[in-house]
Write a protein that binds this ligand. Sequence first.
Ligand SMILES: [Zn+2]
Length: 178
Amino acid sequence: MTNPSTSASGSSSAISDALTPVGAALFNTVTVWDGPIALSHYWMRRDLNASYASEVTPKLTANATETVQRVNALIEAMRADGVIIEWSPTAVGRTPITSGWRPQAINSGTPGAAVRSLHITAQACDLFDPEGALDSWCMTHKEKLAQIGLWLEHPSATKGWCHVQTVAPRSGNRVFYP
Ligand SMILES: [Zn+2]
């Protein structure tokens, strides 16, 4: 559907293994991502696909805009604490978003995705988190999540990524199990 190599949104710079003890075992290089997330990153170009265009309502766009805003606030807070955000090799374009908006059909074809996933309503976002650094930060900064207005899926259920959402889960818990 899309070719990631044709997109280069956000700036990035490579750091050699020698400078990054964490992650060296998994990656030859770690690529730092220092841009803010744009709405286009969140759509993952699915908004441009005629098959899904009818799902992109003003309400969906408003949800996505809010999600992007809060995730950017989260990223900023993490960076202020020295957390390194990386762009994902599996993302659409060079962004840290491993899963943004999921049209109904894509969600249905996503292994392990909840039937009523908040990715469908553009109220959830997954960030590349190969070492669990983002999840760890969230677990120790729940007050910050509350301040920003995000809820975290428990890290034990999200190995390799960090799922945050802009609406409370049924339990109301800041960190929840799916
Ligand atoms: Zn998710």
